[in-house]
Design a protein around this ligand. Structure first.
Ligand code: CFM
Length: 545
């Protein structure tokens, strides 16, 4: 069996030094602030990490753009809104069905997600302006489909030439009368990453759509699930469990979502926040305007799922719900334990590295923990300091030119609809019993002392991490996949799940255990040698020779 050469492991501090030594001094100084050795909990002055700042030009980042965060991430999974990309065709094409967010159109069958709508701007539109073309595209979409909503997304050239997309949408909305048309100034360059796009999307959704449906909603224990995007069917599994527990989910932002779900979400009595990075603004705004409290949950990992469900039960404080949740957990944990008994012994003691987005690098550590695996190193692509260090740092976050570029909307209690779901005394009683509202402690607190945390990891650093520490599995996205596999380490895509999933909830955990067991125990990548590793000089002939 061919063995890959193990380099003697360096200490985390030596590793950091070696990594930085390759950079020019100015770059090294900046990167040094984005790479930290975790102090874990208990330290009085935990080090700060530099996050949500521009990527250094020339570095191959894992990040996406602001348009991707707005159109792809937040609005992408909503089936019955027509999403029109105003720009050259590339942006629309590459954001077309690439995120694996699934939907269930139900009996109405209204689903525009398989389509790609774009104004397909040409040179003359850039020179003479694209507003007319946009107005015509909106009109065409309305005539053809009569959707409840049409959303328009600006790409980089649109911002540069100054098309007033908001005015075009306003006019169309007035003209149609029965279709909500609004736009997003989410030009790719607007922020330092897709994170700016989340913020822009949520602000506009909140301004133009949330709260539209004034009818009281039926159902017991009404919640919204914020920051769950139904990748690989995760949302379907979570919905299955909610239904089994008797919890009514009025709206998911935005996995498997529809126009009406957003319109009615303000009737819920509790908001559950999964992905803190992309959605914490909405949770805050819903609390300020309507009085709905929010809690952080994690449905990735069977134990985390159970813990989060119990948190929901405790909030409502109703014995019927609490008993039902316990019964569901007991029933669902049976098969989970059986799967764990098979896979955990094969995985125990192995190591993982996770570099994903703005929340999964944290959430998936719970699943690896359930398999007895340790996370050596982790980081986010575009998270902010609060996602690493916890929400207590928010008041101290530096506002720079890039973050000032993103609008902060002022929200006030609604004169008619504001209604605190629990009295101040009830909230206090819950808090005194250890219940945490509006809190997220961040990833660092859950990681071991000495773990290496890296923000906005790049390709050179990823390859170095793998070369030095040889983890048993590396988790990131498609851009990293093949270079990691070529170095002999199995790679699991935690954005798209490599065509697999779901990984959320109880059944998702079972899927994950089996997938990881197969990956970490497969020798295929370490046995594979690239042709140039065996024979540095390649010779070839044409097939007809
Ligand atoms: Fe939130 Fe996401 Fe993530 Fe994200 Fe994303 Fe995603 Fe992600 Mo890819 S909203 S931050 S912008 S959990 S698309 S569903 S997997 S990077 S970790």
């Amino acid at each position: 069996m061919a063995k890959t050469k193990k380099v003697a492991p360096l200490s985390p501090t030596d590793f950091k030094e070696e990594l930085l030594a390759k950079y020019p001094p100015k770059v090294a100084r900046k990167r040094a602030k984005q790479i930290m050795i975790n102090e874990a909990t208990g330290s009085d002055t935990p080090p700060e990490i530099l996050a949500n700042v521009r990527t250094i030009p020339g570095i191959i980042t894992m990040r996406g753009c602001t348009y991707a965060g707005c159109k792809g991430v937040i609005m992408g999974p909503t089936r019955d809104v027509v999403n029109i990309t105003h720009g050259p065709i590339g942006c629309g094409f590459y954001s077309w069905l690439t995120r694996r967010n699934q939907t269930e159109p139900g009996e109405e069958g209204e689903n525009y997600m398989p389509y790609c709508f774009s104004t397909d701007m040409q040179d003359q539109d850039i020179i003479f302006g694209g507003e007319k073309k946009l107005a015509a595209a909106i009109e065409e979409a309305y005539e053809l489909l009569h959707p409840k909503g049409i959303c328009v997304f600006a790409t980089c050239p649109v911002g540069l030439i100054g098309d007033d997309i908001h005015a075009v949408c306003k006019k169309a909305k007035e003209k149609f009368g029965d279709c909500n048309v609004f736009a997003f100034s989410c030009e790719g360059y607007k922020g330092v990453s897709q994170s700016a796009g989340h913020h822009i999307a949520n602000n506009q959704l909140f301004t133009h759509l949330v709260g539209e449906d004034t009818k009281p909603q039926e159902g017991e224990y009404k919640i919204n699930l914020l920051g769950e995007y139904n990748i690989g069917g995760d949302g379907f599994e979570i919905d299955r469990i909610f239904k089994k527990c008797g919890i009514t989910c009025l709206s998911t932002f935005s996995g498997n979502s529809s126009y009406d779900q957003f319109a009615r979400c303000h009737h819920a009595d509790l908001n559950l926040v999964m992905c803190h990075r992309s959605i914490n603004y909405v949770a805050d705004m819903l609390e300020t305007k309507y009085g709905i409290p929010w809690i952080k949950v994690n449905f990735i990992g069977a134990e985390s799922m159970a813990k989060s469900l119990r948190k929901v039960g405790k909030y409502f404080g109703d014995k019927k719900l609490i008993d039902r949740i316990e019964a569901v957990i007991a029933e669902e944990m049976g098969p989970v334990k059986e799967a764990s008994a098979v896979h955990r012994p094969n995985c125990e003691g192995k190591t993982a590295m996770l570099f994903v987005g703005g929340s999964r690098a944290h959430h998936y550590q719970d699943l690896f923990g359930e398999l007895g695996m340790k996370t050596l190193s982790a980081g986010y692509e575009f998270a902010h300091r609060d996602d690493y260090e916890g929400r207590h740092v928010i008041p101290n976050l530096k506002v720079d030119a890039d973050s000032r570029n993103i609008e902060e909307i002022e929200v006030e209690p609604d004169p008619e609809l504001y209604n605190p779901r629990k009295s101040a005394e009830e909230m206090k009683a819950l808090e005194d019993s250890g219940y945490e509202f509006k809190d997220y402690k961040g990833m660092n607190a859950d990681m071991e002392k000495g773990a290496i945390l890296i923000d906005d990891l790049n390709q050179y650093e990823a390859e170095k991490l793998v070369e030095v520490f040889k983890p048993d599995i590396f988790c990131a996205g498609i851009k990293e996949k093949y270079s990691i596999q070529k170095s002999g380490v199995p790679m699991l895509q935690l954005h798209s799940y490599d065509y697999g999933g779901p990984y959320a909830g109880f059944r998702g955990a079972i899927n994950f255990y089996a997938m990881v067991d197969r990956l970490v125990n497969s020798k295929v990548w370490s046995l594979t040698k690239a042709p140039w590793q065996e024979n540095p000089e390649l010779t070839a002939t044409f097939v007809w020779e």
